[in-house]
Design a protein around this ligand. Sequence first.
Ligand code: BTN
Length: 270
Amino acid sequence: MPVGGNTSSPTNATEGSTALSVAFAALLVMQWVVHRFDVLTSTMDQCRAYAEAGAVEGVVVVADQQTRGRGRAGRSWYSPSGQSLYLSVLLKPRLAPHQVGWLTMIGALATATSIERSTEGKLRASIKWPNDVLVHSRKVAGVLVETAWLGDTLEYAVMGIGLNVNTTFEGAPEEIRQRAISLREALGVSLDREQMLQEILMSLGEQLDHLPAPPTSAYATRIEGMGQMVRLCVGNEIVEGRAASLREDGALVVQTESGLRAVALGELLG
Ligand code: BTN
């Protein structure tokens, strides 16, 4: 255990901790230290608790089940036991406020890459701006980044990734059943969640190693719907137009009737 106090009150927390080098020494990009739990409210809470207790970069929290898994914009994340992968990683990159959107891009890129690698290219993964990973145009994974700042200095970031590995969605709300997919559904066979975890951590390490170079161009090649008409919810406003390009910070640039509009925070509708 790299840290002491635990403020997130995991229920039934059977914890294990392993140091995991996910690359050969010469290529080592990040030393991950994985903490496993049976049930947590959210891996985000537990990872934040480690961060607040002074943990170093590279701590990974994995839960078999979450009772209050969360997504972007206050949504919940469907988190049944024994089927999916829920992880949060503690990162401490040197990023300015305008660069922090890169972490979401990196998380989505790493997840998409790991899906393709672990299925030996049988599945192609794309990204729905900004944080959804898609297979067959349905959501297979989501990335959530939460940050803590000291003024303009990024103290730490917690990157959460939820991946529907063997998820069946039997007890899921209708909206999720319609939009989501699991790797098992797409592939017709179950995948090993532990192997998926290792692939994700390996890809994540590789992507982080490219910093401070922006991930924007690699990310842009995987974006679905570029050049097409889009509708975005931006605060209380709906923005419509053609998805024209990505700004270096990850903002989506939309050609609207009244000109180009860069959207840094928003939700693609439909
Ligand atoms: C989204 O698509 O809105 C982001 C979903 C992120 C879900 C993951 S599951 C692991 C981590 N713990 C959480 O509570 N959320 C993230």
